[in-house]
Design a protein around this ligand. Structure first.
Ligand SMILES: [Cu+2]
Length: 165
């Protein structure tokens, strides 16, 4: 095997931007840095800040809709969590809503087929920032039904629906 080349550098590393003129412009740069810091400070908590997306009420609570369907809402945001990541339903029809209040991150929710007590046959394949989606399905077999965001499963974005009598 050839020797490892890890840590080798290109023959002519590029000079840092403006490095040779640092002495002449240091004073001006410093002023600019202070101004930038003040801008950042005044930006924090200022009136120009975008308010966070409203959190849906009753996250993870299972309620019975007028049509007898069990309804539950989960939320995703700009991290790698379902909020909450567990909920429990009884055998019967389920209406699951996922609300993505993230500014940046796209998520999804897919049941992990090979680990299910019984097939679900429903999922949310893509949910862009600010969107929500509702899926309907029926569960009959009690047990734990793992689900995940397939985009971020490596980062631990998983959850479990429990079906219990
Ligand atoms: Cu995700």
């Amino acid at each position: 095997m050839p020797p490892a080349v890890e840590g080798s550098r290109p023959p002519h590393p590029p000079h840092a931007q403006g490095g040779t003129r640092y002495g002449a412009t240091a004073g001006r740069c410093r002023k600019a840095a202070v101004a930038a810091a003040l801008l950042v400070l005044s930006g924090c908590g200022g009136s120009g800040e975008k308010p966070p997306a409203p959190t849906p009420e009753g996250l993870g609570e299972v309620t019975i809709g007028a049509d007898g369907v069990q309804e539950v809402t989960l939320q995703t945001q700009d991290d790698y969590l379902f909020t909450p990541d567990t909920f429990t339903v009884a055998p019967g029809p389920v209406r699951l809503t996922l609300v993505n209040v993230a500014d940046q991150m796209t998520h999804n929710l897919e049941f992990t087929d090979e680990e299910l007590p019984a097939p679900i046959g429903a999922g949310i394949s893509v949910l862009a920032p600010g969107q929500e989606m509702t899926i309907d399905f029926e569960v009959t077999t009690p047990g734990d039904y793992p689900f995940s965001c397939t985009f971020h499963i490596q980062l631990g974005q998983v959850g479990t629906m429990t079906v219990s009598e």
